[in-house]
Ligand binder design. Structure first.
Ligand code: HSE
Length: 323
């Protein structure tokens, strides 16, 4: 163990990215969670920061604590840990708050115990998903985005198969976070069991084309591909101001619009800083007009790779295939 406190951060993520339900994720520059750990006589955990009181500070229930337990089991490192979780991301807003805590806990553990790097990227993701599973369902999208950065596409969860690609900074993102909590677990219960074939074809076509548009930096094409016919039609009805925010973004010059993860955050794509700023302000005003306070910001994708130390000399375009 490296002595003293060891801290790691993980960014907000936009999961689904329109048609890629449970499959696509983008890491964005901006707010983040931090997890600090140090060796102690017994396990303890404290949560600080944004809406900290809404997060469990019980070691065995907190996502960071669950992940640290999974990593200790996987590595045989049994040392008790004092943990501080500093929340920069509010929960229940579709910004990957739980995944950011899981990812930051994993990164802190790897930093503190370099000998655990033998787990490799797949082993770390598989331990980290235990925290996500406890609160939001066993899906890798936000987590893979937070640990790998850039754009992640997940072909399969079991076995884990994914690809990671950088995204051109030419694509700007306008992000609006309403003061409206939509718990992922609840928003997964409203999903349809079946989708019509024509909707499946629409999602597959838009998802495949979106992946190309993101890597080429084509904001117009990316925006046209943001439509989702699986989850978004059901979830939109729980999101006061959704239709108004969508119209406001597109009228203000955005190329496309979608819910971030399971909401309540929404985002729009744009081809310039000006269009992104106008879209962000227009979306925020649309929520305000419906009586919902909201924060707006503009950003680009973060292409840095938090798990880089485990990836050897693989470049920014890599894939992970487990048996
Ligand atoms: N893919 C997940 C969902 C992301 O939409 O339920 C949750 O942030």
């Amino acid at each position: 163990m490296v002595s003293g406190w060891v801290t790691a951060r993980a960014l907000a993520t936009i999961a689904n990215v329109g048609p890629g339900f449970d499959v696509f994720c983008l890491a964005i520059r901006g707010p983040s969670d931090a997890v600090s750990i140090r060796e102690a006589d017994e396990d303890s955990l404290r949560v600080e920061g944004v809406e900290a009181s809404s997060i469990s500070s019980k070691f065995t229930e907190n996502t960071a604590g669950i992940v640290l337990n999974a990593l200790r089991r996987a590595t045989g490192i049994e040392t008790p840990l004092e943990v501080r979780v500093n929340k920069g991301l509010p929960a229940g807003r579709g910004l990957g708050s739980s995944a950011a805590s899981c990812a930051a806990a994993s990164l802190a553990f790897l930093k503190a115990y370099p000998e655990s790097s033998h787990l490799g990227p797949a082993g770390v993701l598989q331990a980290a998903v235990e925290g996500e599973a406890a609160v939001a369902g066993r899906h890798y999208d936000n987590l893979a985005g937070a640990l790998l950065g850039g754009f992640v596409s997940i072909a399969s969860s079991d076995p884990l198969v994914l690809a990671r690609e950088p995204v051109s900074p030419r694509i700007r993102f306008a992000v609006v976070v309403p003061e409206l909590v939509l718990r992922t677990a609840d928003m997964r219960r409203v999903l349809p069991e079946m989708v019509p074939l024509k909707d499946a074809v629409s999602n597959v076509g838009k998802a495949a084309t979106l992946a190309l548009a993101l890597s080429r930096g084509d904001a117009a094409l990316a925006g046209r591909c943001l439509e989702d016919r699986f989850a978004e039609p059901k979830r939109a009805s729980f999101l006061t101001g959704y239709a108004e925010a969508r119209k406001a973004a597109l009228d203000a010059g955005a190329t496309g619009f979608a819910i971030s993860g399971s909401g309540s955050t929404v985002f729009a794509t744009a081809a310039s800083d000006k269009d992104a700023e106008q879209s962000a302000n227009a979306m925020r005003d649309a929520f305000l007009a419906r009586g919902v306070n909201a924060n707006a910001f503009t950003t680009t994708v973060s292409n840095s790779i938090p798990l880089r130390s485990l990836l050897g000399n693989r470049g920014p375009r890599f894939s992970l295939v487990t048996e």
